[in-house]
Design a binder for this molecule. Sequence first.
Ligand SMILES: [Cu+2]
Length: 641
Amino acid sequence: MTKQNASHAAAAAGLGRRRFINTAALAGLAGIAACTDKATGTATPLAGSAPAGGAGHGAAGAVHLKPGELDTYYGLWSGGHTGDMRVLGLPSGREITRIPCFVPDALVGWGVTNESKQVMGTKADGSLKYTVADTHHTHASYKDGNYDGRYAWINDKINSRIARIRLDHFVCDKITELPNVQGFHGIFPDKRDPVDPAINYTTRVFCGAEFSIPLPNSGSEDTGKYHSLFSCVDAESMEVRWQVLIDGNCDLTATSYDGKLAATNQYNTEMGAKYEDMMSSERDACLFFNVARIEAAVKAGKFKTYGDSKVPVVDGTLAANKDAKSALTAYVSVPKNPHGVNASPDQKYFICAGKLSPTGTVIELAKVLDWFDGKLEKLDDAIVAEVELGLGPLHTAFDGRGNAYTTLFLDSQVVKWNVEKAIAFHKGDKSAKYVVDRIDVQYQPGHVNASQSETIAADGKYLAVGCKFSKDRFLPVGPLHPENEQLIDISGEKMVLLADHPVRGEPHDFIIFKRELLRPKQVYALDDFPLAIKDPKESGVLRNGKKVTIKMTSQAPAFSLREFKLKRGDEVTLILTNLDKIEDLTHGFAIPKYNVNFIVNPLETASVTFVADKPGVFWCYCTHFCHALHLEMRSRMIVEA
Ligand SMILES: [Cu+2]
């Protein structure tokens, strides 16, 4: 939407731009948004120019890489409903791979092999517990305030699961389902330990849950008795360490660089069950958690448990935390249905975007700690700025040079603003021009992130914007439009739009970091797998009554068993080790009519279990192109009637 349209919409709804947005205004703005005109994105002279749009501007440079040229940044993106993590190269925006997590994946056999099913979770009959997901947020592990390349995490909102991805192999190795919560949304790892300075890396991942439910979940209709919980997951064991019972809900999550504070923004402190109730108050909150105090309370046994869960739950409600000197939580008042809380790379501030208020709120972390220590009387004095940014502010990224970049959903813009100048303006210096630049994006942006943004090494080169609507930006493909991910050069004073990329909905958050931070392995080690068949001579069919184990290896262009015989009704576990150890030599293994297909990468072992319930001849074949004799690479499965 153009600025003109936005202000027209606001005026039509009878609003000044400083006023908070009411229901009528939202309806009016949605109507305008649906018939957006050809917004040009020409807030800067270079925007929309040829592929190398950044040429001659700042340090970020061109996005078009020559064939064979490698990207300089990795991007980890949530895949949305596909339940996987997308891996992008930037600045090209090329999607390099997808890492399956919560939902079966046909390429690698995720949800087909026993190993992946064990990670995903199964029912008593061995089938997958869940086959749908809704991933939103992805973050990676830290050391000394920067990414350390060990792990990334991604959430599933539908079934309240958190998945961990090993960044040495780019595979999901653990999934944990959070107890006692629904609508698990925001995640953020801690950046160091709050007590032990020697632990300067991530050991906890914090998880906020949006939906309040009865505890235990009795089906009660009385929303007054519903609660939401904030959870802490151990980064190594992936077990839930503790939870905090809170008033209101959680949304997104942020952590301080000293490890002492975690926070979640709250958009429904009203505890409403209908949207008009959820937006009835002018202010909600940014809820802070004192990590060391919570862990001391758990250690001292001051907790409850709910239902079958053994996870300790401490009381973080308002009523129980009025005394600052013993409080576990602090509710800082923020306008109105805020969305997004982000930590500035100078380690000083959390910024909450107002969503239904056109403002950004800057909270000084040292002052929140002062309140917990009894040195700051009024908690709300931790707010050092509350400044107008534009309509529908959602998420904020940083460039490491003191500037913040906030998406404006209703204005269809990103606004660049200087945090210290905003603080000066808030203090009374009305000459402080804190808004530095605005750029139109296409259209209605949600998440935003910049290269290295939430690290001490924020480098202010690239900004990616997840635009929820693409409308006229790509060839039409029927009613379901792609979304539009845009890349912006933020290396100069003015923002420059570099590229549009279509993406199948519904991705959300992402992080962007320098490629030097990762050193992925490209070949497995045989010892990574307890079932590995290390020598083709170990191959064979082992029978124990109806239970049959088939051990097989692959080495191009042959499987070690050219054929194997089964009896109808056998319960079969087939173990396959790929003994090819050359980089990029992956084999597949498919059994027609048996719903089996999976791959084994160099020196990887995988297994599948099935009942041989169909007699006949079945040509098991390699499904992953491996060799000039790829088509000839087969094994014959004979099931006797
Ligand atoms: Cu092959």
